[in-house]
Design a protein around this ligand. Structure first.
Ligand SMILES: [Zn+2]
Length: 190
């Protein structure tokens, strides 16, 4: 069983979004929408192979795990722990002040998560040979709370003009989902 976490978009009791995420440009696509669409597609692909997938939020239910972004993110990891997930995968898009910054990056924190990160990253690299590969990196923000292999994928960079546009496209989102799903499948096949 896996827990898939489409990043951001949790509301507080007043209905205000407290963990908003990035945006491509003033009227550009929102990280929380890209993350949700890609995660939904990953879930469908894995479920079609017989996997059990739990989402930390859905289109109709932006569940509330805390009143700050940090508490919210910790709450999502605790959900994965409670579900005794075999893997916890967080889907995000990057943003950078340097508009030239682009590419995909895969993060892990605990060493037991490295292999899952490498499988997902390799699949992205195979699927997108024309995109910048920022590598697999170790960072504590992935989730210190999760007890299972946990990975955070930055699918692309919203602040980059070319990637911001691409991330808004359905076909690109589908290809991203297929790549991540394949990486997860490869990891569990080993
Ligand atoms: Zn994010």
């Amino acid at each position: 069983m896996l827990v898939l976490d489409p990043g951001h978009a949790v509301k507080n009791e007043a209905g205000k979004i407290i963990n908003a995420g990035a945006q491509a440009s003033r009227r550009g696509v929102l990280e929380r929408d890209v993350a949700l669409h890609v995660a939904d597609t990953i879930a469908s692909l894995l479920e079609a192979q017989g996997a059990k997938v739990v989402m930390t939020r859905t289109r109709t239910n932006p569940w509330r795990y805390g009143f700050t972004s940090q508490a919210d993110n910790r709450g999502r990891a605790i959900l994965a722990n409670m579900m005794r997930a075999d893997a916890y995968i967080r889907i995000h898009c990057d943003w950078n002040r340097d508009r030239r910054f682009q590419g995909f990056t895969t993060y892990f924190y605990r060493w037991g998560s490295r292999e899952l990160a490498e499988n997902i990253h390799q699949s992205l690299a195979n699927t997108f040979p024309g995109h910048r590969d920022n590598g697999v990196k170790r960072r504590s923000f992935v989730s210190a709370s999760a007890h299972m292999p946990a990975v955070l994928v930055e699918l692309g960079v919203l602040s980059n003009k070319m990637e911001g546009k691409e991330l808004s496209e359905d076909t690109h989102q589908s290809h991203l989902a297929m790549a991540v799903a394949e990486g997860i499948t490869n990891y569990f096949a080993k």
